[in-house]
Design a protein around this ligand. Structure first.
Ligand SMILES: *Cc1c(COP(=O)(O)O)cnc(C)c1O
Length: 425
């Protein structure tokens, strides 16, 4: 074991600050990172990899984009934290709202978890109802109400999926299957009057990439409205990634609250939630829903987000990201074919998922074949040896950035081919 990993394990649980980084799902040693630039990431021993994780989503421009780094350096010289509103915060709020024109106001927080937790509190505060509905396979951060899984059956009372989540709280979270209008209808018929909100990743990308039908998302919009419940689109991954206005723009649906994270901070810790005035006036200091943060709107983080959003203003960037995503998809699919490994690549723009099962990529968790995970572990270990850093879990997606040129995509494809070849031996 690397001596630094050994030391990390002595002082941090699993040697990490976030569980998936420990590589437990794939085996092998997680490298300790020294630096990252563009499409590449380098470990403390000087080994460089083509990076398909992109810090799990934020690095849409690639690592250490010079304009973002410069904006941060300028901000640092002006002070690290004020505990008061700053100009960069106002500019970032304007830049965010220009991409979600139906929303009137945005509140900044420091993580996606915090954005979701606050959005759910706002939904409960605004409706005076306690129940929330989430979907199986969707991840919304680690707030207590969201760390809940369904039991067997269609619409089920939530049970905690983590120790430390009170049963009484988990029971207020209902868990539905994706891609299933009937289950949602039944739940609303039974408990519609108690439901504060439905929260969904409109592009579920935390348990594979489970692309939803537009008609399913539209049905949720209609159903929530009929029953006086709010609809939250958790766009922490998809917002600013698949289009400037995320899935909200792509679907043309109008959720009541949108949560953002990842890209909005350009690699620094920022989350946000946005909505119309009718809801946002209920947030403190204007209204009774309390939510605050010592480091919220942090000037250095705001600078990183602002520089990133400015570089994403040119709408061609999304066409470009889509083209690069398509190129990687073709490369990986050809490799699967060539080495006769069952699978396909699900993709939305620059977000890709290797689905190691027969047939079209699944839309719901019960359609996912868990046996793909074992093969994936072997592919992952070989890919790392071949200089390709893939997500250390079969059910995490890959992200392509604007720094991924054809040379990186070809290198990634070759490394992937070599790891499939090793799989066959
Ligand atoms: C990453 C993620 C979160 C949590 O964000 P953190 O910044 O890790 O707290 C919430 N929702 C979705 C959809 C995510 O992908």
């Amino acid at each position: 074991m690397h001596p630094l990993l050994e030391r990390a394990k002595k002082v941090m649980p699993g040697g990490v600050s976030s569980p998936v980084r420990a590589f437990l799902a794939v085996g092998g040693e997680p490298p300790i990172v020294a630096r990252a630039k563009g499409a590449e990431i380098t470990d403390v021993d000087g080994k460089t990899y083509v990076d398909l994780v992109g810090s799990w989503g934020p690095m849409i421009l690639g690592h250490s984009h010079p304009e973002v780094v410069e904006a941060i350096e300028r901000a640092v010289r002006d002070g690290l934290s004020f505990g008061a509103t700053c100009e960069r915060e106002v500019l970032l709020a304007e830049a965010v709202l220009s991409r979600f024109p139906w929303a009137d106001k945005v509140r900044f927080v420091s993580t996606g978890t915090e954005a979701v937790m606050s959005a759910v509190r706002l939904a409960r505060g605004a409706t005076g109802r306690d129940r929330v509905v989430k979907f199986e396979a969707c991840y919304h951060g680690h707030a207590d109400s969201m760390l809940v899984k369904g039991g067997s059956g269609l619409a089920t009372l939530g049970i905690p999926s983590s120790a430390g989540v009170p049963k009484a709280l988990a029971e207020l979270t209902e868990v539905l299957p994706l891609d299933d209008e009937k289950a949602a209808d039944e739940l609303f018929a039974a408990k519609g009057r108690e439901i504060a909100c439905v929260i969904i990743e409109p592009m579920p990308a935390n348990s594979g990439l489970l692309v939803q039908r537009h008609s399913f998302l539209a049905h949720l919009r209609k159903l929530t409205r009929q029953h006086g419940a709010l609809l939250i689109f958790d766009e922490v991954i998809s917002g600013l990634r698949v289009a400037a206005g995320g899935m909200t723009e792509i679907t043309g649906l109008d959720p009541d609250i949108v949560t953002l994270g990842k890209i909005v901070g350009g690699g620094m810790p920022v989350g946000a939630y946005l909505a119309k005035d009718e809801l946002m006036t209920r947030v403190a200091p204007l209204g009774p829903v309390y939510q605050a943060g010592t480091l919220s709107g942090n000037p250095v983080a705001m600078a990183a987000g602002l520089a990133t959003l400015r570089l994403l203003e040119d709408r061609n960037v999304y066409r470009e990201l889509d083209a690069r995503g398509a190129m990687l998809q073709r490369g990986f699919e050809r490799a699967l074919e060539r080495y006769e490994v069952t699978g396909s690549v699900a993709r939305v723009g620059s977000v890709l998922w290797l689905s190691l099962q027969k047939g079209p990529p699944p839309r719901a968790w019960h359609q996912v074949d868990p046996s793909g995970a074992q093969i994936y572990g072997q592919i992952h270990r070989n890919a790392m040896l071949n200089g390709l850093w893939m997500a250390p879990s079969a059910f995490e997606v890959a992200f392509v950035s604007l720094a991924h040129g054809p040379e990186h995509i070809e290198a990634a494809t070759r490394a992937f081919e070599r790891s499939l070849e090793a799989l066959r031996r």
